[in-house]
Design a protein around this ligand. Sequence first.
Ligand SMILES: [Fe+2]
Length: 528
Amino acid sequence: MDDAVTRALTLSRRRMMAAGLGAFLAPALDPRQALAQPVFADYPFQLGVAAGDPAADGFVIWTRLAPDPLAPGYGMPARPVAVTWEVAEDEGFSRIAAKGEAVARPELGHAVHVEVAGLAPARTYHYRFVAGAERSLTGRARTTPAAGAAVSQVRFGVVGCQHYEQGYYTAHRRLAEEDELDFVFCYGDYIYEGRSARVWNSGAGPRANLRQHVGQEIYSLDDYRRRYAQYKMDADLQASHAAAAWFVSWDDHEIDNNWAGDLDQDGTDPALFRLRQQSAMQAYYEHMPLRRSALPTGSAMRLYRRADYGRLMRVNVLDTRQYRTDQACADRWGVCNELERANAEMLGQAQERFVFDSLATSPARWNVLAQQVMVMDLDRDPGPAYMANPDTWGGYRSPRGRLLRHIRDRQVSNPVILTGDEHQNYAGEVHLDGRDPGPAPIATEFVATSITSGGDGVDQQARMVAVQAANPQLKFNNSQRGYLLCDVTAERFQTAFRVLDKVSEPGGVVSTRATFAVPAGDTRLTSA
Ligand SMILES: [Fe+2]
């Protein structure tokens, strides 16, 4: 910070004290009008910037003004504030491609979502925001190729499950350092709603929290806002947002562990749980680079959508939480005969129609389902019994069967499923019935491990060696932290499992633990 800025801030703080205005100096303006020249008591862009939902002509750019992110009122006045934005072709912002003014509104926690349009396809842009005398850091985002374009290559990352208390976000830093990312897909568990005891069990024995959530379990809009603010103040997370546009969806922890439709895991009155959902969904929208079409209405929010990378790849982003029926077997792992329930829903009827249409009419060579929970038919009991995780597609066998038969019968071109939730890496082949596989797999699935959840981890858990031996369709399993790096060409879909040596200390080193590919026209995995 230069001296002039320091002086201005000091002066403004002194004036505010004198005027009793707390953290913010508000010139006398019509309260219905946005403050054009706000003066902030502290840096207002502490939550970073983000871009999302790229299209051929633009993307969303996001920030949120919060000079005092964790305090009640986060250091902002209860008034709209003007924010200007710029999108440039170069890092130095000498060739401006688009610019404008947005209003950060108190109704949305002073978040700003700008849907930038009019840009050229398949190009990298740089963006930044200004509010008063303060300027944000710069982010980078790439538009998608034009509809129908021949595209030779797409590269993207897959991330999720970033429990703040269980590790450092080095994986985000390393992802930001990868070359030429077209986008990042975040399947969810962006935040965790609880507050762990100060000592938790990492699987490798008890260990102390590395960082501590502010507050207890979160329920109110203010609670969720503060949780997102705490996560978003992390510089490594900010770096991976700044490196590429993200497609985001959620899993359970954005609201509550293993929620399903309007049911939480504790049997709370759905009418009350919907109030909590309303707060959580508003905060989610406020903190994610989402388009206006995702603005929540009550306790509903449309997150399922798709994006095309020319004729090379179609990505269907799914929401497997909001429309599902309750988990079978009281959501307990074990042998249970409710897994085949005919009336179970995973996507809900409207989303299922959307996905089925999207797959059946796709012009793309590769068709990706970018979603949350495992589709592979994994028998989690290494012995003779069959054991499913009822929270995954394995616990929703009726909609799972519909989806896989649709892919098979409509001869969907090169289906690839991207998944998270497990806090482990997996590469596997998807059959209608894993115990009685057909002549060829119907699809291929890559499961991304967590950014931090579960702590440092191990190469493979002893229990999983036996599970893998009992599941020949499972080709790879690893239990370290990291992310997926996917390289897609006309010839193959390749996934590198990028893992970190540790997340319990900053500065972890990334390496490629394994690389698997699926050749176009086949659904069998090959180790690359
Ligand atoms: Fe998770």
